[in-house]
Design a protein around this ligand. Structure first.
Ligand SMILES: NC(=O)c1ccc[n+]([C@@H]2O[C@H](COP(=O)([O-])OP(=O)(O)OC[C@H]3O[C@@H](n4cnc5c(N)ncnc54)[C@H](OP(=O)(O)O)[C@@H]3O)[C@@H](O)[C@H]2O)c1
Length: 300
């Protein structure tokens, strides 16, 4: 596969990490990042001669130009603008599908999804990925659906509150010793970049689950933060019946129930709870939680 690659939206966490890896690749692919606001493209990307930031929006379909691209990464973004999450996911995925139809050069779509996206109910916010996967599963000659676990990077605010006085953090994952799949978005980006650059012919549809090197619990997160911070703190786990109230403090109120439902899907008794054993379509990332938290701390 020659090497013009498009990442959309480029400002997503996975999009950004994928671009970072692509720009370091020995084959020096040309990379086009599609941003709602191209001025948000970081200097570390824009100073590279083979990187181009262009304006486009999956919500409207404007600027989704995949011409001359051999591979595209799409990371379905959530919306917080008051639109129903399902309606938004349908519109955005259909816009991406239309853009792919007018770009015959695209041989492979790498579709960032999530663990649990195979369920069409009881997954809260993750229904945006269920919808995107359904709409786009045959939108290019090859489609690779990448399904990561919970990003380590979600613990940034915990890292910050464990630095303040008194050191503590809240976790929606309970009970405290309950383990779920977590992975660094840096490992996700590396996997997506390798998949975009892979020149071999692959089946029309593949699905891969991305785990970290092990499962982690809220207590593991507490221990890891304490180690990198060098001081002890308090873990406050949020009970299931308080999750809506908890998320209403962090996201626009109309989305709090869907965040609570997404979390409940992972907890004991939830629809995803039996899915945490890596299988034949699973890949384990290299990065440990503690190492990524240490790196995040160095950037605060
Ligand atoms: N977070 C996790 O732990 C996790 C784990 C597994 C899977 N996932 C999946 O990863 C995907 C990204 O989720 P995330 O919450 O982590 O988001 P994110 O990567 O933080 O990306 C959100 C960003 O998308 C950009 N965006 C571009 N066009 C947009 C549009 N039309 N409307 C809204 N936003 C737009 C926005 O950046 P600008 O404002 O700069 O345009 C926004 O900040 C989702 O499909 C999610 O289900 C997430």
């Amino acid at each position: 596969m020659s090497s013009h690659i498009t990442v959309v939206p480029a400002s997503t966490q996975a999009g950004q990490e994928t671009i970072r890896c692509l720009l370091k690749a020995k084959s020096k692919p040309s990379v086009r990042g599609i941003y709602r606001d191209p001025s948000k493209a970081p200097v570390e990307f824009t100073r590279e001669p083979h990187f181009e930031a262009v304006q486009g929006d999956v919500a409207t379909g404007a600027g989704l130009d995949f011409s001359n691209s051999v591979a595209v990464l799409y990371v379905p973004p959530p919306t917080y603008d008051g639109t129903d999450q399902g309606e938004f996911a349908t519109r955005a995925s259909s816009n991406v599908q239309n853009a792919l139809q007018t770009a015959p050069s695209v041989k492979r779509l790498v579709l960032h999804s999530t663990m649990g996206a195979q369920y069409d109910h009881s997954i809260g916010m993750l229904r945006l990925n269920n919808i995107a996967d359904r709409i786009l599963k045959s939108a290019a000659p090859e489609v690779l659906i990448v399904k990561p676990g919970y990003y380590y990077e979600n613990w940034l605010s915990a890292l910050k509150s464990m630095k303040s006085e008194p050191p503590s953090f809240e976790s929606p994952i309970s009970p405290p010793d309950y383990h779920i799949p977590m992975v660094s978005v840096r490992d996700v980006g590396e996997y997506c970049a390798d998949s975009l650059l892979d020149e071999s012919t692959r089946p029309a549809l593949r699905t891969v689950e991305l785990f970290g090197p092990r499962l982690y619990s809220s207590l593991d997160v507490k221990r890891a933060i304490q180690e990198v911070n060098g001081k002890d703190g308090t873990l406050i786990t949020i009970e299931k019946d308080k999750l809506v109230e908890f998320f209403a403090r962090h996201v626009p109120k109309m989305y709090a129930q869907e965040f609570a439902d997404m979390t409940t899907a992972m907890l004991p008794g939830g629809i995803m709870a039996g899915d945490f054993e890596p299988g034949e379509n699973s890949v384990k990332g290299k990065l440990e939680l503690g190492d990524v938290l240490r790196h995040m701390l160095s950037l605060i």
